[in-house]
Design a protein around this ligand. Sequence first.
Ligand code: SAH
Length: 353
Amino acid sequence: MVNLLDLDLNGLQAFFASIGEKPFRATQVMKWIHQQGIVDFDAMTNLSKALRLRLKEVACITIPKVETMQTSQDGTRKWLLKLDNGNSIETVFIPEDDRGTLCISSQVGCALDCSFCATAQQGFNRNLTVAEIIGQLWLAEHTLRSEMEKDERVISNVVMMGMGEPLTNFNNVVQAMSLMMNDFCYGLSRRRVTLSTAGIVPALLRLKEQSPVSLAVSLHAANDSLRDQLVPINKKYPLNQLIAACREYVEDDNRRHITFEYVMLKDINDSPSHARDLIKLLKGISAKINLIPFNPFPQSHYQRSTPEAIERFRDILIKAGLVTITRKTRGDDIDAACGQLAGKVINRRQLNR
Ligand code: SAH
């Protein structure tokens, strides 16, 4: 059985060719699934009865199952989605006045081990499939639409900022993002789909070749010794390599944008001299900076910087001409804020021990 949610446009066209159908069936079925939220072949009324029967024999449309859904006081929603073998992942919807952002997971757990992130503590199990990645958008979009009794789009932006490191699940993430931007599916513009990475340098350069999405880079420190502690992948791809790759990412293409994310950890990376190091590091790159107040989780040994320290840090960056925004903390009462997503991960590393 092929899960049609696993296929992008090329994949669907190849699938229909393999059962002796014309390529236009691919766009017809895509629209039913992604635009209309229909997963029952019998409801796809522009397909012949014979084709619907055939599809039921060889294909399925399987969406991740909802284990729980929670709503925060500020309207943020979190879904816990049940996968195979006891694993589950989290997806978060953040409503704002002028947009609705969905934060999507790319892996069950994460292998990068960043010291300030709850997902890291869960360990790593596996990459998500295309169906599991795009299924998060399908589920959130169509659930919210039917609740709000709306026909038009509710989710206007997607950020690959949930559990996992998207660039270590490269092919599936790139395919799923192509569905997000496809006009027969969700039709999001390239500016409204953002991939966030801790800095897997070779994959970042490959992303430029294969996808037009916006990029966010989790920087968090402007010198290698501190970044080695916070984001251990820095030992493999240190700052000079990462920043060179970022320059290359935006080079010769003024439609590409980078945002640098910087988690504000009290007395760790939040002093004025850290801000000045950051200015030096980013000299000559046109980029935005997003300061993220640290969100605590059980067993985290860091504290959030004080509002004064964050403001002081931001002002130094702004004075140097860097566009800097402090991210508003959303959904922390239901553990849905940045760095708090944990799901349930059957940790392979422990299994192997
Ligand atoms: N692995 C990717 C995708 C995760 S994005 C990446 O690292 O970019 C999640 C964002 O939240 C990242 O910028 C991450 O560094 C940040 N983050 C992680 N833990 C956090 C915490 N406890 N408080 C605030 N932000 C955190």
